[in-house]
Design a protein around this ligand. Structure first.
Ligand code: FES
Length: 139
């Protein structure tokens, strides 16, 4: 696997929440969320609700995950944690946009050819709170 596409170790991905990361496609960045399922596999979705697409599911500290469902805290839509399918709420029947990831040797890699891995944490667009950037580049 290409090290530049490594996101995080599997163990760091919560089962009862989500981990926020940022991907890049050309000059555009997008936020995505990772979550770990009961069987140890990991899935990723783009970080916005299917009801109002300007509403983020994870605002930086993890989305609410309850009973195997990701919950949008705006109007309470619930999305199946494994598929992203909305089974309750104003966008019932819609599905979160999936981002392909792969696990190898205990690490999660971005497997979606459409994107490059940018960093863990929010995209700069939302990074207004502390003024500090999370930098995992090690340089
Ligand atoms: S914005 Fe998510 S349920 Fe309305």
């Amino acid at each position: 696997m290409d090290e530049s596409r490594r996101i995080v170790s599997v163990e760091e991905v919560p089962t009862d929440g989500t981990l926020l990361f940022t991907v890049r496609s050309g000059v555009d960045t997008a936020e995505a969320i990772l979550t770990r399922l009961g069987d140890g596999s990991v899935v990723a979705f783009e970080n916005y609700c299917q009801h109002w697409t300007d509403v983020r599911l994870d605002k930086g500290s993890g989305a609410l995950v309850r009973n195997g469902e990701i919950v949008c805290q705006k109007h309470g839509a619930t999305f199946e944690q494994d598929t992203g399918y909305c089974d309750f709420g104003p966008c019932e029947g819609a599905t979160l946009d999936t981002i392909a990831v792969a696990v190898e040797d205990g690490d999660v890699y971005l497997a979606d050819d459409e994107y490059e891995f940018e960093r863990l944490g929010p995209s700069g667009e939302y990074d207004l709170s502390s003024g500090s950037r999370i930098d995992f580049s090690g340089t």
